[in-house]
Design a protein around this ligand. Structure first.
Ligand code: ADP
Ligand code: MG
Length: 358
C-alpha cells in the first residue's frame, strides 16, 4: 500500500506526542462474582505500538480489552488513555474502537453504508462522511467494493470492512479481539501481513488479542503473555520466545521443552528448570560421537515422529530421564523411525534457565 495517502492526516491531533503512553493500566482488577477474571494488571503501551495480548482461553484477555473500551468497569485499578484517567467513562467518551471476531456487519446495508454508519450517527456531514469512508475502504483494499452487500464478499473481505468501519472513526487506539479467528489458515496468514502493514501506515496503536502464538510472534512489536488473569511476561517476540520468564511462557509460546530435576542435572550438569527450543537441537544416529566444545548432548530413543511436510517433529525419550521435542527441517530423505536410538546435541547457550514455580 505504499502509494496511498495515510488514513491519518498529518495535522491530526493524534500525531502530537504528549509524552504519555497511549494506554496505562495500573492495578487493574475485575471480578465477576467469585471469578477473578483480571488479577492485578500493570501495563504501559506507547503510541503507535502493535501490542498483542496472548494467552490461553479464559486467561482474561477479552476482559482487559473490555475494561479499556469501557464495556466493563474495573473492580479496582485505573485505565488511562493518553495520560487521562478514563476508568469511569462510558465507551463513547473514550477515543478507542473495537473490532470483534464476529464483525456483525449490517446485512441490508452496502459496504459503504456500513463504514459510514458510525459517522452518520455522530452527525458528520455527508460530504465528509463519504470522503472518510472512501479513504478507509481504500486503506483496506476495498475501494472498488463500496456498493456491494456484505453477503457478496468473502470472509476476509468482510473482516476488512469491519476494520474500515473502526478506522473511519480515527481512534487513537484500535482494540482487536481475535479478529482473524474465523478465517481459514491461508487467509489468516495473508491478513496478518496486511494488518501489520496497515497498522504501520495509519500509525494507530493496535491492541491485538489472540490465543495463537504464531500470530502474536509474527505481528507484534511487543507481547504480553497472560495466564489466569495476570501478565507473566511483557517483551518483544524475540524476548518472550528466546528468554521466557517462566515455565508457563516457555510452554505457551512455543513447545514446552523443559528439562528439570535429575534429568537436568544429568544432561546439563546443573539443577533447575531449563528450556531448550526444539529447532535448536540436532538429532543424529552417531551415538558414540563425543560432544563438541560448547555443546550439550544426550542420548535417547525416538518415541514419536510427526511428519509435517516442511518439518519433522521427533519426540525423544532421554536415557537420563525426561522428554524433548526436536524439530528438523525436512532435508533428509527419510525421517528417523520410532524406536531409533539417537543422539541430541545443542549449544550450551541454548539452555535457557527458567524460574521454577514449584
Ligand atoms: P479470554 O479472553 O482470555 O479467553 P476472558 O477475559 O473472556 O478470557 O475471561 C476470563 C475469565 O472471566 C473466564 O474465567 C471467564 O469465564 C470469566 N468471565 C468473563 N466474562 C464474564 C462475565 N461477564 N461473567 C462471568 N464471568 C466472566
Ligand atoms: Mg477472549
Amino acid at each position: 500500500m505504499p502509494n496511498q495517502a495515510p488514513v491519518v492526516p498529518t495535522d491530526d491531533p493524534r500525531t502530537v506526542d504528549t509524552g504519555e503512553p497511549a494506554i496505562r493500566l495500573r492495578g487493574l482488577r475485575k471480578e465477576f462474582g467469585s471469578v477473578t477474571a483480571v488479577d492485578g494488571v500493570d501495563l504501559d503501551i506507547p503510541p503507535g505500538e502493535f501490542f498483542s495480548m496472548l494467552g490461553p482461553s479464559g486467561s482474561g484477555k477479552t476482559t482487559v480489552l473490555r475494561l479499556i473500551a469501557g464495556f466493563e468497569l474495573p473492580t479496582a485499578g485505573v485505565v488511562e488513555l493518553d495520560g487521562r484517567d478514563v476508568s469511569r467513562l462510558a465507551p463513547f467518551d473514550r477515543d478507542v474502537n473495537t473490532v470483534f471476531q464476529d464483525y456483525a456487519l449490517f446485512p441490508h446495508m452496502t459496504v459503504r453504508q456500513n463504514v459510514e454508519y458510525g459517522l452518520r450517527v455522530k452527525g458528520v456531514p455527508k460530504a465528509q462522511r463519504q470522503e472518510r469512508a472512501a479513504e478507509a475502504l481504500r486503506s483496506v483494499h476495498l475501494g472498488e467494493h463500496g456498493s456491494r452487500r456484505p453477503s457478496q464478499l468473502s470472509g476476509g473481505q468482510r473482516q476488512r470492512v469491519a476494520l474500515a468501519r473502526a478506522l473511519v472513526n480515527r481512534p487513537k487506539v484500535l482494540l482487536l479481539d481475535e479478529p482473524l479467528g474465523a478465517l481459514d489458515l491461508k487467509l489468516r496468514l495473508a491478513m496478518q501481513t496486511e494488518l501489520k502493514a496497515l497498522q504501520r501506515e495509519v500509525g494507530i496503536t493496535f491492541i491485538f488479542v489472540t490465543h495463537d502464538q504464531d500470530e502474536a510472534l509474527t505481528m507484534s512489536d511487543r507481547i504480553a503473555v497472560f495466564n489466569e488473569g495476570r501478565i507473566e511476561q511483557v517483551g518483544t517476540p524475540v524476548e518472550v520466545y528466546e528468554r521466557p520468564a517462566s515455565a508457563f511462557v516457555a510452554g505457551f509460546v512455543g513447545t514446552s521443552n523443559l528439562l528439570r530435576g535429575p534429568a537436568a542435572e544429568a544432561v546439563i550438569g546443573r539443577s533447575g528448570v531449563y528450556s531448550i527450543r526444539p529447532e535448536k537441537i540436532r538429532l543424529d544416529e552417531r551415538l558414540s560421537e563425543p560432544a563438541t566444545d560448547g555443546e550439550t548432548s544426550a542420548t535417547g530413543a525416538v518415541t514419536n515422529v510427526v511428519y509435517a511436510g516442511a518439518t519433522v517433529r521427533y519426540e525423544v525419550s532421554l536415557d537420563a530421564g525426561g522428554q524433548l521435542s526436536v524439530v528438523h527441517q525436512n532435508v533428509a530423505d527419510a525421517p528417523h523411525r520410532p524406536g531409533t536410538r539417537v543422539r541430541l546435541s545443542w549449544r550450551h547457550d541454548h539452555n535457557f534457565r527458567v524460574p521454577d514455580e514449584n
